[in-house]
Design a protein around this ligand. Structure first.
Ligand code: VG1
Ligand code: CO
Length: 541
């Protein structure tokens, strides 16, 4: 096998964000761009052993995989496990890394960002525990990108990724695996599939799962239709398309409009769900009722005793800082600790590995557990179905009962997209300066209990992550969080997270928008949003 060393100029924009390196597809297609980044990963993190490879099926996925196989070979990797047709959902890749005891994996995805030649592409590196590279490793990769002067690539013919089984070329063996099989087996070990079949077979029960033409199509079809017996057609938009059908595969009411319309229409299914580009997020919808992601996480934790895989074994829970504090209330009732981490799954890995937490999640519709080291959309849907099977309640009934018992944390996120990067940075630095002085005073007649820029010290490894977002806690159960997105590919996205604790029963018929209106006015005043030209958000989710 011939290995060539190809000289290259380093690129200066390869810093991984919230979840790996995410850029416009065209950026990734520049000569040497992908190669330089992948070489930097190997330079920062030499791989001894097998590597898992797969992606969410977006445009450029297969070409990029073939290149990565050759660079991996050039760097001494002799065995790779690849999903058929280059497909692996993020949680399934995490599972393969763990179950096959490999040295790690590369997942090609830009998750909820649109795909296609004019869309986005991404690469993330997960370590041998199956978790996204920790911040320190991501920083080491970034440092390596600045010093990459050449990449090593093996001269190999392309592998046939449509054919299951092992193939050898040069010194390299590639094993092509069914992307869904091992993952579906894992789900069968965690959930009681007989009970789920009972629910799905009940007269009158119908469900819809919207794969948004992204990676969960094959997984949802295998699990819901084949293994659980849901009617053909339960999985909608199940075919994986390179441009996700032109859509934006983010499972929230702003983008999963087909599902929300179905659930709002005449004779809707009893249960609706959707997942994102790479299959790690979930949206749960009942007839005319959308579950807020932070509530979904709290509901899963509150009902963990109903699921065989979690009965009697929840040691602790965690949520990202902007996620509503609904989870904290449940943790208190369960008598287990609740950790607050920065945004991004990489911060949960150490807590999961150390057994400090069993369940965790984020307001952006990600929830997961110690079964893998990523968030997991199909898993969350199976968890919800398990709750419905045991509790004889509708989706709305489960949530209303949750609110009545634990209180309600009304929640809205405002996304201001396409903000000029300098202006966004100016807004955040003004906020950082102003925050400490707010505590003890009042804004619009509400007292500010505390205000700071969130800093996190990992309780397991002591790593410190600073400047993770400005949070302001208000008297009367209000909270505002401001941070800049780390997954966008052009300009800046400012996220403003609004939360208001309410009486669960009394507020049940009111919308999150109404309930957070006062907090929203305070949020605009504190950050002086109008002065920065930010009147109306691009989305409210
Ligand atoms: C967003 C979400 C965050 C999530 C991240 C990756 O990051 O807010 O909660 O972990 O996407 O999710 P940001 O920095 O844009 O707010 V995914 O589904 O893209 O892997
Ligand atoms: Co995702």
């Amino acid at each position: 096998m011939t290995v060539r060393t190809v000289p290259i100029q380093p690129f200066d924009d390869q810093r991984p964000g919230t979840s790996g390196l995410r850029k416009a597809t065209r950026t990734f297609q520049q000569p040497g761009y992908l190669e330089a980044y992948v070489q930097a990963v190997f330079n920062a993190q030499p791989i001894e052993g097998e590597l898992v490879l797969g992606g969410d099926g977006r445009y450029f996925n297969v070409e990029a995989l073939q290149t990565i196989i050759r660079i991996a070979a050039g760097n001494g990797v002799q065995r790779l496990i690849v999903g058929r047709d280059g497909l692996l959902s993020t949680p399934a890749a995490s599972h393969l890394i763990r179950s096959r005891r490999t040295a790690g994996g590369l997942i090609l995805s830009a998750s909820h960002n649109p795909g296609g030649p004019n869309g986005d592409f991404g690469v993330k590196f997960n370590g041998p525990n199956g978790a996204p590279a920790a911040e320190s490793v991501s920083e080491a990769i970034y440092a390596a990108t600045k010093g990459v002067t050449a990449y090593r690539i093996a001269d190999l013919p392309p592998f046939d990724l449509s054919r299951l089984g092992r193939q050898q070329a040069g010194d390299v063996e590639v094993e092509v695996v069914d992307p869904a099989a091992d993952y579906a087996d894992l789900m069968e070990r965690l959930f009681d599939f007989d009970r789920l079949r009972g629910l799905i077979g009940r007269p009158g029960f119908r469900m819809a799962f919207d794969s948004m033409h992204a990676i969960t199509g094959p997984y949802a079809t295998e699990i819901f239709e084949r293994r659980l017996g849901a009617a053909a057609g339960t999985v909608i938009r199940g075919e994986v398309l390179p441009d996700f059908g032109g859509g934006h595969p983010d499972p929230n009411p702003a983008h999963a409009t087909a599902l929300v319309e179905l659930m709002d229409g005449a004779s809707p299914p009893a249960f609706g769900a959707a997942s994102d580009g790479d299959g790690d997020r979930h949206l749960i919808v009942g007839p005319k009722f959308v579950v807020s992601p932070s509530d979904s996480l709290a509901v899963l934790a509150a009902n963990a005793e109903l699921v065989p895989g979690y009965r009697g074994r929840v040691t602790g829970v965690a949520r990202s800082m902007p996620t509503s504090r609904a989870l904290d209330v449940v943790a208190h009732a369960l008598g287990v600790p609740c950790y607050e981490t920065p945004t991004g799954w990489k911060y949960f890995g150490s807590l999961l590995d150390a057994g400090k937490i069993t369940l965790c999640g984020e307001e952006s519709a990600g929830a997961g557990s110690d079964h893998v080291r990523e968030k997991d959309g199909v898993w969350a849907v199976l968890f919800w179905l398990s709750i419905l099977a045991e509790r004889e309640l509708s989706v709305e009934g489960v949530v209303r009962e949750h609110w009545a018992r634990f209180g309600r944390h009304a929640y809205v996120r405002l996304d201001f997209e396409g903000v000029d990067s300098d202006r966004a940075a100016g807004l955040m630095s003004a906020l950082r300066e102003r925050a400490p002085g707010l505590a003890g005073g009042s804004v619009r007649d509400r007292r500010v209990l505390s205000a700071d820029d969130f800093s996190y010290t990992d309780p397991v490894n002591g790593e410190v992550s600073q400047r993770q977002g400005v949070r302001v806690e208000l008297e009367g159960g209000g909270r505002v969080v401001y941070r800049l997105s780390g997954t966008g590919t052009s300009g800046a996205t400012l996220r403003v997270y609004l939360e208001q604790v309410c009486d669960g029963a009394a507020s049940a018929d009111r919308s999150p928008g109404e309930l957070t209106a006062d907090v929203e006015r305070i949020a605009a005043e504190i950050a002086d949003l109008p002065r920065f030209g930010l009147q109306e958000p691009t989305h409210r989710v």
